[in-house]
Design a protein around this ligand. Sequence first.
Ligand code: AFP
Length: 319
Amino acid sequence: MKRLMSVLKDDGVEQSLITIIRTILAASKELSFRISQGELSGVLGSTLDENIQGEQQKTLDVIANQLIKELLAEEADVKSLASEEEEHIVPVNETGKYVIAFDPLDGSSNTDVNALIGTIFTIFPAIDDLAADDWKQFNREGSEQVCAGYVLYGPSTMLVLSTGKETRGYTLDLTHGGYLLTHPVLTIPQMTNEFAINMANQPHWHLQTQQYIQDILGGDKTYNMRWNAAMVGDVHRILFRGGIFIYPKDRRPQYIEGKLRLLYEAFPMAMLVENAGGKAIDGNFSILDKRLDTLHQRVPVILGSTCEVELYKSSKSND
Ligand code: AFP
């Protein structure tokens, strides 16, 4: 089995980008070890603080953020960082070649129940004529990403990564401590009978989502519902088995643009899904064509098997 580094070299990824990916993964290995120790690691539970999104922070959110930030801050080729857990961007190096955004711990409500969690990240080329502390470093379209990935801390630790070509899957080999290529090309199956949505939000949905769910449940095909409460877990299943993941906007004031964050959740997942032959939209438009307007901007996310995403898109949306 090939090691990650040789796959990246064969894919023609430039050395400075490889170094940054390596640094993120060094943090992921440390996190993977601590998470696997569960209660014994002393990193579970909540802090008494809230993050910038107004969500209660878990101890592991804070540790993961600190670890990734500190390791990346030592890299000469990193210009700026953005994180779900940081209100503002973090300037690193004026001469850095890349800017990186991450969700250090996606699905943090799962930490205390020993369920799926992950780290999501995205990398853009830095803009030379903007300072490292200028948030416009991230005022970008999804299609400008040069690398997107996530690490899933599950029964095994897996990395799913795309540097512009195929979306590939790697498994952390605990015997030598490196990621090995176990899934050279991930291709999302087009035929699906699985959907992932938080059905408890149904009373608040707009017509498009109501219509789509009503149509598939009332149709000839039998569907199954799956929900991990961690986007990484749901996207991972879809990359392997097909299906559709929906986190729509709804009528509640705090969900007016959905729940998920465009920069460090929707952009990277959209790149991984589209490079695996699937589709990712905000209901009408491609997520990769969207431009980030504010750092922690939210966006509705509908992604997965192309036919199913197209079906959602064509559902009535006149409200
Ligand atoms: P947390 O990281 O705050 O737990 O949020 C996870 C998440 O943003 C995403 O990973 C899930 O798909 C979604 O929230 C789950 O949201 P519900 O609370 O609606 O289940």
